[in-house]
Write a protein that binds this ligand. Structure first.
Ligand code: PLP
Length: 362
């Protein structure tokens, strides 16, 4: 039997044709498709503005700079992809970590805001919305919220989409995400026109006009061909997310009785996750991963080392083991099972059978 991958991007003929059309007929960088994509993405998320950039990391960096974090502190989670905290550093601020809840999202009760706090940067990890209302309460009125929704395209929390909750929402369109632009790309969503204009300027070399630059900008624009792919992908996003949720429910139904596994939250009336990943927790994670690999099933670990224990962060800030115990425990126990829209029900069943067999079940 063919290997079951952990994830697989979708690139249909329709997407390839849209890219080819943009390559043949538009300005290659910031062509017409880019502006259409921004408009459609803003409408989808429910914000007044969406500004495209070159990656999710750049979305976080540029939004942070535009919100004025330089020289101050940003409270974020140590249990995320490293780009979250890197963005804080690249924006000239100091990352301050707050530990997470057992589901992997930042614990609002751990957020401590002080005189130097410029912003809080929560992450909707694995496509599960963070508790944005409680986070806003913890942050208070003077602290900005930069939502890292890089894993949560289409997820909904209390009637509002992820990316619409904070002062800025940041998305990644990297190929493994719930939707991609067929390469690197990102988006900042916001209702703040000034912020949108500042990010537009920062992504384009700090330009106010062709030859005039009034801030130290970046080259972080989106290519027209990538935007053209993104527009087609966006039209499929809801259907793909629905498919991810159906497959997640199938995993949950089959694995619910395996006592050794903790399954991810399936959502509630208030929380609609989009299962960017289906991450189970178990004490013998590496052995289970090896067993599945021997049966032709790929898994992945998001993430084996919490950010504060990465060498760069240990060296720069002196973090040590034990600082954020829940993040450290999750890093040792999470395992992402195969999940992507084109995964078949039978393949989910095969994965579940091998897990049940591994734990000595029937
Ligand atoms: C939570 C999170 N933040 C930030 C990023 C950075 O996005 P990118 O890879 O597009 O720079 C990613 C994805 O890679 C991510 O998963």
């Amino acid at each position: 039997m063919a290997r079951i991958p952990q994830t697989r991007p979708i690139m249909s003929d329709e997407m390839i044709e849209a890219a080819a059309d943009a390559l043949a007929n538009e300005r290659l960088v910031m062509g017409e498709s880019v502006f259409k994509f921004e408009e459609e993405f803003a409408r989808y998320i429910g914000t007044d503005h969406a500004v495209s950039v070159s990656s999710g990391t750049d979305a976080l960096i540029l939004a942070s700079i535009a919100l004025g974090v330089r020289g101050r502190e940003v409270v974020t989670t140590p249990f995320s992809f490293i780009a979250t905290a890197n963005a804080v550093v690249h924006a000239g601020a100091t990352p301050v970590f707050a530990d997470v809840l057992p589901d992997g999202n930042i614990d609002p009760a751990e957020i401590r805001v002080g005189r130097d706090t410029a912003a809080v940067m929560p992450v909707d990890l694995y496509g599960l919305p963070a508790r944005m209302d409680a986070i806003a309460d913890a942050a208070g009125p003077d602290v900005k919220i930069i939502e890292d929704a890089c894993q949560a395209h289409g997820a909904v929390y209390k009637g509002k989409r992820c990316g619409a909750w904070g002062d800025a929402g940041c998305f990644s369109f990297y190929p493994t995400k719930n939707m991609t632009v067929g390469g690197d790309g990102g988006m900042v969503t916001t209702n703040d026109e000034r912020l949108a204009n500042d990010v537009r300027k920062l992504r384009d070399c700090g330009r106010v006009s062709r030859y005039e630059h009034d801030v130290f900008g970046f080259t972080s624009r989106l290519n027209a061909a990538n935007a053209a792919i993104g527009r087609v992908q966006l039209r499929h996003l809801d259907e793909w997310n629905e498919r991810r949720r159906a497959l997640a429910r199938r995993y949950a139904a089959r694995l619910g009785d395996v006592a050794q596994l903790t399954l991810p939250p399936m959502g509630t009336r208030d929380v609609t996750p989009v299962f960017h990943l289906f991450a189970v927790q178990c004490d013998d994670r590496d052995a289970l991963a090896a067993h599945l690999a021997s049966k032709g099933i790929d898994t992945a670990v998001h993430y084996p080392t919490p950010i504060h224990l990465q060498p760069a962060y240990r060296y720069a800030y002196g973090f040590t083991r034990g600082s954020y115990p829940i993040s450290e425990k999750l890093a040792a126990t999470v395992l992402s099972l195969p999940l992507f829209p084109e995964l078949k029900e039978e393949q989910v069943d095969v994965v579940c059978e091998h897990i049940i067999e591994y734990y000595g079940g029937a």
